[in-house]
Design a protein around this ligand. Structure first.
Ligand code: ADP
Length: 277
């Protein structure tokens, strides 16, 4: 009799606990949804005035004669762009969390895109005392034109090549593009971004794709960054049916390898008229 009573009581208590867990789970999901919504709203609210600052800064730049003033206004422009990049990362992250990050599709020239990413990033190098060779290596058999989300592919490459430049003092940053597999319609490309930088200790590599994690918190102040770049990069690569992996050795540097699958384009090299970017 007593035993039956005990079992009944413990069953009741288990049921109650399971109901509590269910409620807690629902509340956690709801609070996660609110957090993503909040991040998205805040990002939007911050982006609008930042774009206004950027717009007027560009207007001011046209008429400045005084070199000192030019320096100030250029600094305002750079800082505004950095803030916009941070806000962009937060917005992308909140979209990923909410499962709302979707890809576009357009014709683009990959070779031009990579050259352009290098060109843009090399401007940042000019005012730093760093000697790095920036070497894009585009495989001869790789076609130039593809169909895919060129803005997001640019973002992946800017993140990885940007990091490679950020964490390298001297040597080189190479980007190798090759064909991994192909069929009639699709082509899987493999990319390697190889730097001769400070590298990442083996026991810290697993943290890289965790949100907000920076391998060494002392580098946060030195190099800046949100710690979201690689999380977003990995998600984008996966959305393009690819994978990303890292090998790194602090005495040699780091190599980030990733694949993405793109649709083949019928455009040829001579189709220069089309806007591929
Ligand atoms: P952040 O915006 O802070 O750079 P990321 O997600 O892009 O965020 O990178 C996370 C961390 O991974 C960096 O802060 C850095 O510690 C490390 N890291 C990324 N790429 C490299 C690299 N090429 N060489 C050395 N460390 C790197």
């Amino acid at each position: 009799e007593q035993a039956t009573e005990d079992i009944r009581r413990s069953l009741d208590s288990m049921e109650e606990k399971s109901a509590q867990l269910h409620i807690a789970n629902r509340e956690a999901m709801e609070s996660n949804r609110l957090k993503s919504q909040f991040l998205a709203n805040i990002s939007h609210e911050v982006r609008t005035p930042l774009n206004a600052i950027l717009g007027y800064t560009k207007t001011l730049q046209k008429d400045i004669k005084d070199p000192q003033h030019r320096l100030y206004v250029n600094t305002i422009e750079q800082s505004t762009n950095s803030l916009l990049a941070v806000i962009g990362d937060i917005l992308d992250f909140s979209k990923i969390e909410a499962g709302k990050l979707s890809l576009e599709s357009n014709h683009f020239n990959l070779k031009t895109l990579i050259d352009d990413v290098y060109q843009t990033l090399s401007i940042n190098l000019l005012n730093k005392e760093k000697h790095i060779d920036l070497v894009p290596e585009f495989g001869l058999d790789v076609p130039e034109w593809f169909i895919g989300d060129s803005t997001r592919i640019r973002q992946i490459l800017t993140n990885l090549i940007g990091n490679a430049i950020k964490f390298t003092h001297q040597g080189s940053v190479r980007t190798r593009v090759a064909i991994a597999t192909e069929n009639d319609q699709d082509i899987t490309l493999s990319f390697q971004i190889i730097d001769t930088g400070i590298g990442i200790a083996e026991n810290k590599i697993h943290r890289l794709f965790k949100p907000f994690s920076q391998v060494d918190t002392s580098t946060t102040r030195q190099f800046g960054g949100t710690g979201l770049g690689l999380v977003i990069t990995k998600k984008l690569v996966e959305q393009m049916n690819g994978k990303i992996e890292i090998s790194s050795d602090p005495s040699i540097g780091s190599t980030f390898r990733f694949t993405i699958t793109l649709k083949k384009s019928t455009k040829t090299q001579s189709d220069k008229t089309s806007l591929g970017l």
